[in-house]
Design a protein around this ligand. Structure first.
Ligand code: AMP
Length: 224
């Protein structure tokens, strides 16, 4: 299965993607993490990627295809499945994904989309209070973690950081980009019958339970 986590920035895709990956034993792949790694290199492509990310803009589709094709194909070949966080983000990328699957002789019917729905005020609040571990990429929020006593990751002990694009202006731009370029994917996958919408407004464990249920239903339908 190829699970796509769809939802605006701050909807919990990273947190839930990692939990689902542990539960199902298939790799988790975040396009944002891949791009952040690439942007640290000392070359022209890195500075191009960085300039889009810092403005809260999406990387152009052609460049995205160039930088992400290998990561996604490698993950697919390794485990026969993958959990995608942040990809695809446009209809163009959704078509690319189907082509990647076809090139590896997979059917696009193995795609399942989990859409996390959260109201805009909560998204802004979550992104503004978000910290990440720069080593294991785990995500933390003021509200629900003990780690804020010392700003250290509960898993690997590294010092937590704020993401450079979690600033008020950039957050607004990222949410605008979502409405403009990513929102259409809801309709695109709904029409194909691949999409389940889940309320992402509850606690981490409540949302994880709802995702688990959706996955079980899909698995049950596959066995029928
Ligand atoms: P994320 O970590 O998913 O919030 O992504 C951080 C930033 O990386 C986004 O604001 C975009 O600039 C860029 N990005 C991540 N995934 C994509 C994608 N699929 N297409 C274009 N840009 C992306």
């Amino acid at each position: 299965m190829v699970f796509i986590l769809l939802g605006p920035p701050g909807s919990g895709k990273g947190t839930q993607g990692r939990l689902l990956s542990e539960r199902l034993g298939i790799p988790y792949l975040s396009s944002g993490d891949v791009l952040r790694d690439l942007s640290k290199k000392d070359n022209e492509m890195a500075s191009e990627i960085k300039s889009y990310m810092e403005k809260g803009k999406l990387i152009p589709d052609t460049l995205m295809k160039e930088v992400f094709a290998l990561s996604i194909k490698t993950a697919l070949l390794k485990a026969n499945g993958v959990i995608l966080d942040g990809y695809p983000r446009t209809i163009y990328q959704a078509n690319d994904l189907e082509n990647f699957l076809q090139e590896l002789s997979f059917s696009s019917n193995i795609i399942r989309v989990l859409e996390l729905v959260v109201n805009p005020d909560e998204l802004i609040e979550r992104l503004g209070s978000r910290y990440v571990c720069p080593v294991c990429q785990r995500i933390y929020h003021w509200k629900n973690q003990k780690c804020f006593l010392n700003l250290k990751c509960e898993f690997c002990g590294s010092s937590l950081e704020k993401r450079s694009d979690d600033k008020e202006e950039t957050i607004k731009e990222r949410l605008k980009e979502y409405e403009l370029k990513t929102r259409d994917l809801h309709e695109y996958y709904y029409r194909k019958g691949f999409l389940v919408s889940i309320s992402g407004g509850g606690s981490i464990s409540e949302v994880a339970k709802a995702i688990e249920l959706a996955v079980k239903n899909w698995e049950a339908n596959c066995l029928e």
